[in-house]
Design a protein around this ligand. Structure first.
Ligand SMILES: Cc1cc2nc3c(=O)[nH]c(=O)nc-3n(C[C@H](O)[C@H](O)[C@H](O)COP(=O)(O)OP(=O)(O)OC[C@H]3O[C@@H](n4cnc5c(N)ncnc54)[C@H](O)[C@@H]3O)c2cc1C
Length: 484
């Protein structure tokens, strides 16, 4: 029999990591099984990074309830977990009479949902909020905000580990069996795990785990969304996210969003792709992004483009309403001690902690939990050199001379930060792991200058051979051997 746990969480995205963190408030032996080499490699690392307000969905949905709860508490969450966050507000703009009617409908929904502070504003008011945003009229949503999904997920996972949870990367769940005593035997490519409870947080693959646990066999109907990342020059021209009026079917086309780190994201496009997962970027959609983004953001300029990426929504169609299924947190008598999260689509980033608390409630409904008196909600992140004023920079260099050596020129990341990233409590050693913890290689040159230095640092700090070093996944070697 393998190692025995009280609870195994399947999936180390933002939701699985929030679940692990909230469970670590109790005396439980918890582990997270993640098939990739780091957290945040699924949907959580491929989104817009918006703290949604709750205006986009109907009242009485679990997704709306969780979203509003997550939105309201985020100052406290960000301060506990040392996650940069800005409540910058958002504009949903419209042009012409047709869009005005639809936007007024959305505004009414906002009022019904009791979204704080929303108001309809005209063209001049849009311009006074941000001269680079275009629209004849707009809904101003002051409670929306921006955060980095990588930093947030890493922070949740680190805090969970600091409070006793364990993470197993490169552990793909391939089967689940239940024995006569009611224990789950979870098969992975890294061995068997035995546990009293299982929580399915497998994102795009949650429908598979759902079936393994004896819940419904859902068929995903996924939606692909392509994005462009604009460099920080564009970020100087945008103060808040700007969305278009929902289209006739109620969906939101391309939006333009400043990131918490100063870039601008344009996207996502919307393309139904059924059961497949497709991360390919296409010229066709780049053109759509330029056209639709330029309508709302006057500073769109091809010179600013630095990278594209794709996010895939884990959408499932509700067989009764034929609409997108709401968030599901399922338990059932015939599968005691299993909690099944499916269709955790947008706004799952905003809703991660409220979802996690509801998972804890499901566990508490079946057994009494004892508080972990050592639980500490505070997690400290890496002190970023680039965020300091001149005095602060000087102080950091005096404390640690490695802060005086710049490794990534574009993002002004120092040797000290890269070192700290490599000694993360999750034990991640990939180049992308360093990138998502420090922003090294996220700038204009996309690692052209710093990637070789990062690999050298992995060798020095972790004693790895250069042929062993991976970019982000198994098989993605940085080097395959000597050239001469
Ligand atoms: C394009 C796009 C934009 C979005 N924008 C926003 C936004 O701005 N704000 C917002 O609030 N929400 C947004 N969302 C929604 C949000 O990103 C997701 O709801 C959230 O990230 C889901 O997190 P998760 O942990 O459920 O899934 P994931 O992040 O996908 O995590 C699931 C994890 O499970 C792992 N896994 C899967 N199968 C197995 C297995 N068999 N064994 C072990 N591990 C496994 C995966 O590798 C993955 O790491 C957006 C989504 C998309 C697609």
């Amino acid at each position: 029999m393998g190692t025995q746990y009280d609870i195994v969480v399947i999936g180390g995205g933002v939701v699985g990591s929030a679940v692990a963190r909230e469970l670590s408030r109790y005396q439980l032996k918890i582990c997270v099984l993640e098939k990739e080499l780091d957290v945040c490699n699924g949907v959580s690392g491929r989104n817009t990074g918006l703290l949604h307000s709750g205006i986009l969905h109907e009242k009485n949905l679990l997704r709306t309830e969780c979203c509003m709860e997550g939105n309201a508490e985020f100052e406290q969450v960000a301060s506990e977990l040392d996650v940069p966050f800005k409540r910058c507000g958002k504009l949903i703009v419209g042009f012409g009479e047709e869009e005005k009617k639809r936007l007024e409908g959305l505004y009414q929904r906002g009022l019904e949902n009791e979204i704080p502070g929303i108001k309809m504003i005209d063209h001049d008011e849009i311009k006074s909020l941000d001269p680079n945003i275009d629209g004849d009229f707009a809904i101003y949503v002051p409670s929306a905000g921006i955060l980095c999904p990588f930093t947030y997920t890493i922070a949740l996972a680190e805090n969970a580990v600091e409070n006793g949870a364990e993470y197993y990367f490169d552990h793909e769940v391939t089967g689940v069996e239940k024995d006569e005593e009611g224990l789950f035997h979870i098969s992975t490519n890294g061995g068997e795990f035995v546990t009293r409870w299982v929580v399915n947080c497998a994102g795009l693959y949650a429908f598979r785990i759902s079936e393994m646990l004896g819940f419904e066999a859902y068929v995903p109907n996924r939606i692909k969304g392509e994005y462009e990342i604009l460099d920080k020059k564009a970020g100087n021209f945008l103060s808040m996210p700007v969305y278009p009026t929902p289209n006739e079917s109620g969906a939101f086309d391309v939006h333009v969003t400043p990131t918490i780190d100063g870039n601008v994201l344009v996207g996502p496009t919307i393309e139904t792709i059924g059961t497949k997962i497709d991360y390919a970027v296409t010229q066709k959609m780049i053109d759509v992004l330029v056209e639709q983004g330029s309508r709302m953001f006057s500073r769109m300029n091809r010179d600013y483009y630095i990278r594209n990426y794709v996010g895939v929504f884990p959408t499932i169609e509700d067989p009764e309403t034929h609409k997108e299924m709401d968030f599901q947190i399922q338990t059932k008598e015939s599968a005691p001690h299993a909690v099944n999260l499916v269709c955790i689509n947008s706004p799952g980033l905003t809703s991660a902690l409220p979802l996690a608390r509801r998972v804890v409630e499901k566990v508490k409904a079946q057994e009494e939990l004892t508080a972990n008196e050592k639980f500490n909600p505070i997690r400290k992140g890496i002190v970023k050199f680039a965020d300091q004023d001149e005095e602060g920079k000087q102080r950091l260099i005096e404390q640690d001379p490695d802060y005086g050596e710049i490794y990534c020129r574009c993002e002004c990341v120092t040797r000290a930060e890269v070192k700290q990233a490599l000694h993360n409590v999750l034990g991640v050693s990939t180049i992308s792991g360093v990138k998502y913890r420090t922003r090294a290689s996220m700038g204009r040159c996309q690692g052209g200058y710093c990637e070789t230095r990062l690999t050298q640092m992995v060798q020095e700090e972790l004693g790895k051979q250069k042929e062993e070093i991976l970019l982000n996944k198994n098989g993605a070697y940085m080097f395959t051997g000597e050239v001469k």
